[in-house]
Write a protein that binds this ligand. Structure first.
Ligand SMILES: C[S@@+](CC[C@H](N)C(=O)[O-])C[C@H]1O[C@@H](n2cnc3c(N)ncnc32)[C@H](O)[C@@H]1O
Length: 207
């Protein structure tokens, strides 16, 4: 209960100030755990979300390299599409703050690497080709600081794939991404519920 109230207060502060500076809005691991246990994110596996995930999978398919790091992977919804649609052998690792989400992912996808970690302090164990932030970057306190830290873990032609739902508060994060990275692709889509997303692929400017 207290966590819910604190999260609401954080959200108000974020909408008024943080979002205008391109900051994200942190949600506690306990709140994420409750949301996963309550089935709140089951909707991400619905037919209505399919096209959105397919855009991300298609970007992975077209990218050179097969090592994918899915940051804020939740219960592994994206991995379900990777397994289904990518025929090449992909090396996938999913990382999430919520132990309950990670448990659900591990139960559903055996022999796949999922790890409970806080992205605010997470250090990958090696270099990767594709880092995906699917609806997770705006929960990071300083999204651009995290990306700058992760640059050194990208292989030479490595990329970031960022997906964020349409929300006024995300505009400044997009502006900072477009300013600090080279945007190689931009997809906008809307589902039958009227929910819209932007999905973009970025590489470091010198690439
Ligand atoms: C809207 S959900 C999206 C989940 C997933 N990308 C998917 O497609 O199903 C956001 C996810 O980001 C995770 N997250 C938020 N803050 C995080 C952090 N600091 N470190 C790691 N994961 C985080 C949450 O636990 C949650 O699973």
């Amino acid at each position: 209960m207290l966590n819910k109230v604190l999260n609401k207060i954080r959200r108000i502060i974020y909408d008024r100030w943080g979002s205008k500076k391109g900051h994200g809005c942190r949600v506690t691991p306990e709140e994420w755990d409750n949301q996963y246990l309550g089935g709140q994110w089951n909707k991400l596996k619905s037919e209505n979300e399919k096209e959105h995930y397919e855009i991300i999978v298609d970007l992975c398919r077209k990218h050179e390299g097969n090592c994918i790091l899915d940051l804020g992977c939740g219960d592994g919804a994206l991995y379900g599409y990777i397994e289904k649609y990518l025929n090449k052998k992909y090396l996938y690792k999913g990382v999430d703050l919520s132990i309950e989400a990670i448990k659900l992912a591990k139960n559903q996808y055996v022999n796949v690497e999922f790890e409970e970690q806080d992205l605010e302090i997470y250090q990958p164990s090696g270099k990767v080709d594709i880092v995906v932030f699917n609806e997770s970057l705006y929960y990071i306190k300083r999204p651009l600081v995290l990306l700058a830290r992760l640059e050194s873990y990208l292989n030479e032609k490595g990329c970031f794939i960022v997906s964020m739902c349409e929300y006024k508060g995300h505009d400044e994060i997009w502006r900072l991404l477009d300013t600090n990275y080279k945007c190689l692709s931009l997809d906008n889509m809307i589902n039958s519920d009227g929910q819209s997303w932007r999905v973009s692929k970025y590489v470091v400017l010198s690439t």
